[in-house]
Ligand binder design. Structure first.
Ligand SMILES: Nc1ncnc2c1ncn2[C@@H]1O[C@H](COP(=O)(O)OP(=O)(O)OP(=O)(O)O)[C@@H](O)[C@H]1O
Ligand SMILES: Cc1ncsc1CCO
Ligand SMILES: [Mg+2]
Length: 312
């Protein structure tokens, strides 16, 4: 189906010459580019190995996160206590942390979990949902600064705020944006500089020197701080189901269980975009779209995901 919100959706434009981004002279990566082989391998490896990625996530979308991880080929486990999360981290391929809904004990718990994951050297993905709203969430996100994740996945407003909270050089006078609840009020391109700064910060704190930020929106942006990759397509129907972003974060953790941060973020975002296009073609509205989307996550081939437009 074609929702009215998709009139500006570039999903039908898969041309290598698709307008990439403000000021960027980007072209599609060639078919033999190593990143395409890495993405294809990650998709195959998840389906072969069914890796566990655990989640500490919000209670609005927790079921969709688990189901998307299963449909992508992984397995799920949800945990909220530091001892439970850190014991599970030892056997999980990666951990997903989402700060969408907070409870009083989360402040201490999440600071302990981030420190523990760092000390154990276990990879994790942060989804800084609603960054900038509430002193408790701000304190939690600030506590991650020195023991940060390997991947940050969020919408544009969340990435802009995280850059500011971590004092990475953004936050010019007057730049006081924050999400409207969990929704972005900024477009992806306005978060590009912040995304690069956050990615470089992640890399600087990681023993392997790698870190990646994925900014979701009409054209997703994935950056390792050195190079930007723009991923057109998907469906605006994704904004009509709750948890599209949360489940993308969970599936990014699934891919992080088998791949490096950049490959994991690319594979998850590309997988979501292709599955969303398939789902939109048959859905009658948000309910059937969510069902069709899970089916499409399951059925989309590694070849199709790896052949996606990747503008760099
Ligand atoms: N206009 C759009 N056109 C195509 N795809 C979109 C559009 N907006 C969002 N998406 C896709 O939806 C998914 C979730 O991105 P979004 O930016 O909505 O996350 P979010 O705001 O964190 O969502 P939530 O917090 O509600 O789970 C991504 O795969 C993204 O590519
Ligand atoms: C609606 C909502 N509220 C807190 S988290 C969440 C899910 C989308 O991020
Ligand atoms: Mg979100």
């Amino acid at each position: 189906m074609t929702p009215s919100a998709s009139s500006s959706n570039p999903s039908s434009n898969h041309s290598p010459n698709a307008s990439p981004a403000r000021g960027a002279a980007a072209g599609d990566l060639p078919p033999d580019h190593p990143l395409r082989a890495a993405v294809r391998k990650a998709v195959d490896d998840v389906r072969a190995a069914t890796p566990l990625a655990q989640s500490f996530t919000n209670f609005v979308t927790i079921n969709l996160v688990a189901n998307a991880q299963l449909a992508a080929g992984g397995t799920a486990a949800m945990s909220f206590l530091p001892d439970d999360v850190l014991d599970t981290a030892a056997i999980a391929g990666a951990t997903y942390v989402n700060v969408g809904t907070l409870l009083p004990f989360y402040g201490d718990a999440l600071a302990d979990i981030a420190r523990g994951l760092h000390d154990l050297g276990r990879p994790w993905v942060l989804d800084p949902v609603a960054a900038g709203i509430g002193a408790t969430r701000t304190a939690i996100l600030e506590s991650f600064r020195d023991v940060p994740p390997n991947v940050v996945r969020g919408n544009a407003s969340e990435i802009i705020v995280l850059d500011r909270l971590w004092g990475l050089g953004g936050g010019e006078a007057g730049d006081r944006t924050r999400p409207a609840g969990v929704e972005s009020v900024d477009d992806v391109e306005s978060a590009a500089a912040a995304a690069r700064r956050v990615a470089r910060h992640l890399a600087s704190r990681s023993p392997d020197g790698r870190g990646t930020v994925a900014v979701s929106g009409a054209i997703d942006l994935v950056t390792d701080g050195e190079r930007d990759y723009r991923l057109p397509g998907g469906s605006a129907m994704m904004t009509k189901i709750t948890g599209a972003g949360c489940s993308l974060g969970g599936v990014t953790a699934t891919y992080l269980a088998v791949a490096d941060p950049l490959t994991a973020a690319l594979a998850a975002s590309l997988h979501f975009n292709r599955a969303a296009e398939t789902a939109a073609a048959s859905a009658q509205g948000p309910g059937s779209f969510q069902t069709a989307f899970l089916d499409a996550l399951w059925n989309t081939t590694a070849e199709r995901i790896a052949a996606s437009p990747i503008l760099a």
